[in-house]
Design a binder for this molecule. Structure first.
Ligand code: ZN
Length: 457
């Protein structure tokens, strides 16, 4: 942040690096880049371990230099153990007449993710318990997993399943489940302070675009954008397989975790639904207030929900032994759009402009966190005369003059050494950047002095 006090007039009050970045965002080119990354990630067969996951992280490395961490199978991680590594060569199901009914070369959703290897002929009766379909969406292939229980299976459209004739079916599931490693990606963008903002996204789903190729692409881009900025906080980006990846990171970083003062879990960031913020377990942490504030001033419809111990990896970060201030900012929440966990969560569902819109809100939340400080009015008896300091007359005739003046009056009136800029923005119902700008201008004029950072709630 370029927070150095300025002696010049209010129009030259320092603008934060994030504000400058936000104002210069080129939605078109960004959207194209996001779309290209999602399209590249989409066909890969990811899982909670394996080469598809590794290849995906390597694709993201071209956007931001995340480090690939490899944790061996069998490693105890909190109450869990890193599982054997799963890899798929191909899985095919053929009917009695040789017709191919499911083939992972067509869609990797066709195999039960983490299927043990199996080859053999089975009757329709023997096959049925191994089939997964959606009667309520008979044309779609469901996404199913069996990570922690040895099983094999196929996922196929219910309409196909209903037509299966009696007879012998040929099952070929060419997978391996062997000791290997769990991979995850990590990148720390250092700031002035060791205090961290966590951005975590899951990267274990196979061909599902919104859940979560879009989240992976957006987070890599966010990391790239923050690198090179002069930041107050350090930003830790995690690209982890769901549940086990977050648990593995927490197990290996118990000493680091308390540095995380604010965090967001990103997923489902590209559908056309409104933005949804799920509060952290703490409920009113600074990140919760910052996210709600940003959504309230976004000019778009949004929803705020309380914490529940279900969803994505906020469940792990908010477990009581860590209780990190980590919320989740998504568009339509998991399970609430009809394409969720089916073959219809494809490249058509994700619109790049929606991902760019979500990305913009993430940056705005960071802007609030970065700029939220507490000040003390150095001329607290009566209103200081703004005109003689160039903070009043200089604004004459400008359309935004009144709004800026109002923000200055709020900051002066509320800055008693205990009230933060976010407190003021909430109370005044003013957008945070305006309040932040007013504080910079007043600080530059010697009317305001920062006190210690706001408490980490
Ligand atoms: Zn999912």
């Amino acid at each position: 942040m370029t927070d150095a006090p300025s002696a010049a007039g209010p129009d030259s009050a320092p603008t934060s690096a994030l504000r400058t970045l936000l104002e210069g965002l080129q939605a078109g080119p960004l959207g194209e880049e996001i779309q290209a990354t999602i399209a590249e990630l989409y066909p890969l067969c990811r899982s909670i371990t394996g080469d598809g996951l590794r290849a995906s992280l390597k694709i993201l490395q071209r956007t931001a230099p995340l480090t690939l961490q490899e944790v061996p199978s069998g490693t105890p991680v909190l109450d869990w153990v890193v599982p054997r590594e799963w890899n798929l060569r191909r899985a095919r199901l053929r009917g009695p007449d040789g017709t191919v009914l499911a083939d992972t070369d067509v869609s990797n959703l066709h195999v039960l993710n983490y299927s043990v290897p199996f080859a053999g002929d089975v009757s329709l009766e023997e096959l049925q318990p191994h089939l997964h379909s959606l009667p309520e969406a008979p044309e779609l292939i469901p996404y199913r997993t069996s990570y922690y229980q040895d099983a094999w299976g196929f996922c196929l459209p219910h309409a196909v399943r209903q037509q299966l004739p009696p007879g012998k079916y040929r099952v070929e599931i060419d997978t391996t489940l062997q000791d290997g490693a769990l991979s995850y990606g990590e990148l720390l963008v250092p700031g002035q302070e060791a205090v961290e903002v966590l951005v975590s996204t899951h990267c274990c789903h196979p061909s599902l675009a919104n859940d979560n190729c879009a989240g992976m692409a957006m987070c890599a881009l966010l990391a790239r954008m923050l690198r090179g900025l002069h930041l107050r906080y350090s930003y830790r980006f995690l690209f982890v397989p769901g549940t086990i990846g977050a648990i593995t990171w927490l197990a290996r970083n118990e000493a680091t975790a308390p540095r995380i003062a604010h965090g967001l879990v990103a997923a489902c960031v590209g559908d056309k639904g409104r933005l949804t913020y799920k509060r952290s377990r703490r409920g009113t942490a600074e990140v919760d207030r910052a996210a709600v504030h940003v959504l309230q001033h976004s000019g778009a419809d949004f929803e705020v929900r309380d914490f529940t111990p279900y969803g994505y990896d906020e469940r792990q970060y908010c477990s009581p032994g860590f209780n990190l201030a980590v919320g989740s900012l998504t568009r339509t929440p998991y399970g609430e759009y009809p394409e969720y966990h089916t073959s219809a969560d494809n490249l058509l569902l994700v619109r790049p402009e929606n991902v760019v819109d979500t990305l913009r809100r993430y940056l705005e939340v960071f802007e609030v966190l970065e700029g939220n400080r507490t000040y003390r009015n150095l001329s607290p008896k009566g209103e200081p005369q703004l005109g003689k300091r160039g903070l009043y007359g200089a604004l004459g005739g400008q359309s935004h003059a009144q709004a800026r003046q109002m923000a200055m009056l709020w900051v002066l009136n509320q800055s008693d050494g205990t009230t933060s800029l976010l407190d003021i923005a909430e109370r005044a119902k003013l957008p945070f950047p305006q309040v932040r700008w007013a504080a910079s201008a007043l600080e530059g004029a010697g009317l305001l002095a920062a006190v210690a950072s706001p408490g980490r709630t």
